[in-house]
Ligand binder design. Structure first.
Ligand code: CA
Length: 115
């Protein structure tokens, strides 16, 4: 990579970091840089390994099935389900930071915004 290309990439990343996160529903990995979305999913229980983030909507079958261990909610209310298609054990989360309980830790397969 030439230096000018590197610089352009850095500029783009900086711009993305400063902009409000807004992600396509089918692109769970688009927002691994930046943060600030309404909900963020993390692989670890300490909010360190970002799996994906969303500003609205939901997914009936997560790409990161059975991986989520902690979440940060900045806006709205979100319901996380143990099974795909919004079935099985579920829990609703409002704004805050949460380590998932043993029934959802590494078990979440779908989620949807409910408020
Ligand atoms: Ca995990």
């Amino acid at each position: 990579m030439k230096d000018n290309q590197h610089e352009q990439l850095f500029t783009e990343l900086t711009a993305e970091f400063e902009a409000p996160a807004f992600n396509e529903l089918d692109d769970e990995f688009a927002a691994t840089i930046g943060g600030g979305a309404n909900i963020e999913f993390y692989d670890t229980n300490d909010f360190q390994q970002l799996l994906g983030s969303f500003d609205f909507g939901g997914k009936s079958e997560l790409i990161n099935n059975d991986k989520i261990s902690s979440i940060i909610v900045r806006g709205g209310f979100w319901r996380l389900y143990e099974d795909v298609d919004y079935e099985g054990y579920a829990q609703t989360y409002g704004p805050g930071s949460y380590v998932l309980n043993s029934q959802l830790n590494n078990e979440v397969s779908s989620f949807i915004q409910v408020g």
